[in-house]
Write a protein of this length. Sequence first.
Length: 272
Amino acid sequence: MTVAASPRPPAGALPLSAFDAFHAGMDELGRHALLDFNDRPGIVIGGEPGSGKSSLVNLVTGHGALSRDCKLILIDGKLVELWPWQGCAELFVGPSLKDATAAFEYMQEVISERLKLLTGLGRRKVTKADGLDAWLVVIDEFALFSATLGTKQEREKFSALVRDVVARGRACAVWVILATQRPSHTIVDPALRDLFGYRCAFRCTTDASSDIVLGHGWASKGYNAADIYPESRGVAWLLAEDGLPRRIKAAWLSDPEIFRIAAYASTLRGRA
């Protein structure tokens, strides 16, 4: 599959940069919870249906859509979650394992070319100053592709591709956002989870599910997403790879707001 990457929008057309930290919510002390993928690439998001994880998925996608130096690959297992943003994306994939696999194969090519570039320049990481676009790859309902569709061999191939892109993409400004319902080790391998710079656990049904997202042992230390009240939608434990989990309330966008922002970003990108 070939992705026809669009040119970068004119300077000043889009107000944000993918390389800058952005607001994701507030913690219990009223402090801003910021995500900085330039510092800690990618995030894995888990939680039961209705826990509010789609709020964070749309916040991240919206930041990418409004960033002048970001290209979006959107892979939507439910089809309805990310489709408002498809006008901002280089590629939009619905519930097709074949197409999702092809998208990650394309990202492997992007990463390989960037690694060659970095080697030639004697550099170890793509930064904002390099003038290269970040790639934001958002997968909503990862379980559909890793545990449901296709044959076992096809699912294993897809999971291996995701692992490679997450691992090698860190240095290349290729960042993966992985969201799933009812997390389990059969859906999100702990070895894959540990590659993400951020982990965010919304309400889970069990201590084990919470640990699948945050990492082994956090639930026993009191950082347990199973203890979040069912009515507390949008509340989650957010963990950066070098710190302790923080209890946050993710910022919320209503459906009308999502549609308005997506249409605005698409217009600024010259695709309306």
